[in-house]
Design a binder for this molecule. Structure first.
Ligand code: NDP
Length: 250
């Protein structure tokens, strides 16, 4: 289904070449928004995604950047604003897992997950937020996780990063509200992407038993809400954490 909720808007999506980020990029384009997608290593995916987005008649470009690199993210945000002439929506979607029990977790396992999932969002929010504040309008959407709300065995690094992202969301919402910029978080449950493909079948079966809607989520389930939160319709929503988890948290 095609909506025109984002006509004339430009969205910058981190990790936009695959998985949930790619679904968000496609949904933004189907809603007539322009897309700047950032990727770290998936160049072929990024090129294919840009080609598919461009076929929808919007402007799309890809940018290679590691979100944990403060200076590189600043350069990319400046480049995006120059290329597109504007920026309206930032989606902090890039994320990694490196699951281990706390007792077996190495310092670098913890640090790398925090650096991408939490510091990466800080970097992007600082640089893009500076532009949005000057413009006195904008939307920031952070992809957190149900793990950040519930904790999860084997994910102390990831859960800490995603819980931190919720703190970042609420603080950003309070700081930026007076300049017309909203900031919200989405907390997905188990979504069918490469990230969850690594789960062993018996673990997946156990998870499914706990999900009232009895299925893993689809990347589009997240993308749909992203488009809404990025649109004019969501102008009075800020500082929220919205779960999309098939009822897992109930
Ligand atoms: P994928 O592994 O499919 O995609 C992750 C994306 O993040 C890739 O595009 C990857 O880019 C990008 N990325 C990773 N590290 C970096 C980095 N340092 N700099 C820039 N980009 C980076 O995962 P999903 O699509 O499933 O996950 C998307 C988001 O949703 C993540 O934040 C994840 O934590 C969150 N989430 C996912 C859930 C799920 O069940 N799938 C549940 C809850 C939350 P590249 O491939 O180029 O490296």
């Amino acid at each position: 289904m095609v909506f025109c909720m984002l006509t004339g808007k430009t969205a910058l999506i981190t990790g936009g070449a695959k998985g949930i980020g790619r679904a968000i990029a496609l949904k933004v384009a189907q809603s007539h928004g322009n897309v700047a997608l950032m990727y770290r290593g998936s160049q072929k995916n990024a090129e294919d995604t840009v080609a598919e987005l461009s076929d929808l008649g919007i402007e799309a470009r890809s940018y290679q950047c590691d979100v944990s690199d403060f200076n590189a993210t600043k350069t990319i945000v400046t480049q995006v604003v120059q290329d597109f002439g504007d920026l309206d929506i930032l989606v902090n979607n890039a994320g990694i897992t490196n699951d281990k029990l706390l007792i077996a977790m190495k310092e670098e396992d913890f640090d790398s997950v925090i650096a991408t999932n939490l510091k990466g969002a800080f970097n992007m929010t600082k640089h893009a937020g500076t532009y949005l504040l000057k413009k006195r309008k904008g939307r920031i959407i952070n992809i957190s996780s149900i793990s950040g709300l519930m904790g999860n065995v084997g994910q102390c690094n990831y859960a800490a990063a995603k819980a931190g992202l919720i703190g970042l969301t609420k603080s950003t919402a309070k700081e930026m509200a007076m300049r017309g910029v909203t900031c919200n978080a989405i907390a997905p449950g188990f979504i069918d992407t490469d990230m969850t493909k690594e789960l062993k079948p018996e673990i997946k079966a156990e998870i499914l038993k706990q999900i009232p809607l009895k299925r893993l989520g689809d990347a589009d389930d997240i993308a749909n809400l992203c488009v809404y939160l990025g649109s004019e319709l969501a102008g009075y929503i800020t500082g929220e954490v919205i779960k999309i988890d098939g009822g897992l948290y109930i």
